[in-house]
Design a protein around this ligand. Structure first.
Ligand SMILES: C[S@@+](CC[C@H](N)C(=O)[O-])C[C@H]1O[C@@H](n2cnc3c(N)ncnc32)[C@H](O)[C@@H]1O
Ligand SMILES: [Zn+2]
Ligand SMILES: [Zn+2]
Ligand SMILES: [Zn+2]
Length: 308
């Protein structure tokens, strides 16, 4: 299964934490000079609006991404450094791969503007409401290596085809907020039905070897296509370039399902990573994925999720 963020070493983490606290202690003086707990000092409204504008300048969500008024200074760095991207960026040294990556597609032979899910060559995983069907959701709980193939440029259908979901962006309105003990998190501002698409993980493409030596907290491995070996695999690093999905926290009982998807590219080691709701989710609930069993063991971090 795809596992995000490999943890930095405790030494590296301490170094980062120290840097942040130093900055905050300068900014966090109250008007009457009484000391303010730097952990709870909020960012000022001007910066909040600027960060919100930045988030929405380039986004793949169809609705505006909101930024809560509760964003603490200590959490905001994650947004300050973030460059929003709605694609997987192929860095210059991997450019030679680009032609190889974009050559192959798996297209269907349906004729007309939209496919009939039951008759399409692509395995039917969605219903006509654009949600994952129950059968697929149940299957995905056990079968991590399953890859969804959506219709693509090689198909005759257009964007109204029910087999095009993740490529159209999420329609769920979300808000970024400061959680109690996990830094920033993402919650939904509307009721979301089971099987709904929430977002795709974006960032910079890295080879597996590069990702092994990285201290990024925002690494997601494309391991659905790997079988036993990770050789030749890719990862997506959202440490700087990414989208709202890089802020989704871990829960031992997540309400989102991680799903591997292919659209234009059918390179054997490449797939996109998408998140769908595993159950109905109420307005205001935080969205969670699982980072995989090894994440907390390897990092030495204690899981602070509400289920622990
Ligand atoms: C991919 S980031 C998620 C967004 C992050 N909260 C932020 O503010 O940028 C992963 C980091 O979030 C925090 N985190 C996420 N889930 C957590 C959990 N269940 N328990 C403790 N920390 C968590 C950890 O600091 C982890 O390294
Ligand atoms: Zn189609
Ligand atoms: Zn089709
Ligand atoms: Zn098709």
């Amino acid at each position: 299964m795809s596992k995000p963020p490999r943890e930095t070493s405790p030494k590296e983490k301490n170094r980062k934490t120290k840097k942040i606290s130093k900055k905050i202690s300068i900014n966090a003086k109250s008007v009457d000079s009484k000391p303010v707990d730097p952990r709870s000092a909020l960012i000022d409204e001007k910066e909040r609006l600027e960060l919100a504008r930045k988030l929405n300048r380039t986004r793949d969500d169809t609705k505006e991404i909101k930024l809560s008024k509760n964003i603490r200074n200590i959490d905001a760095n994650s947004l300050r450094i973030m460059q929003y991207t709605n694609t997987i960026i192929i860095p210059p040294h991997l450019k030679s791969l680009e032609s190889e990556l974009s050559k192959e597609r798996v297209s269907c032979s349906c004729k007309g503007d939209t496919c009939e899910l039951e008759k399409c060559d692509h395995e039917p995983v969605y219903n006509y409401h654009g949600r994952l069907n129950d059968e697929t959701l149940n299957f995905l709980r056990k079968e991590y290596n399953f890859i969804i193939h959506e219709c693509n440029k090689g198909c005759e259908c257009n964007s109204s085809c029910p087999n095009r979901v993740t490529q159209k962006g999420s329609t769920v309105q979300k808000e970024i907020f400061s959680t109690e003990s996990m830094g920033l998190g993402v919650r939904t501002l509307e009721y979301v039905a089971k099987g709904t698409f929430i977002g795709r993980y974006t960032g910079r493409l890295l080879t597996f070897d590069e990702s092994k030596n990285s201290s990024s907290h925002y690494m997601f491995e494309m391991d659905a296509a790997s079988n036993a070996s990770m050789d030749g695999n890719f990862s997506i690093d959202a440490a700087r370039d990414g989208n709202i999905t890089r802020l989704i926290n871990h829960n031992c009982e997540p309400n989102l399902q991680t799903v591997s998807v292919r659209t234009e590219i059918t390179h054997p080691k490449f797939h996109e990573v998408a998140f769908f709701t595993k159950r109905d989710i109420n307005r205001g609930e935080e969205l969670f994925i699982t980072y995989g069993q090894d994440y907390f063991k390897a990092s030495g971090l204690k899981c602070q999720c509400p289920s622990c």
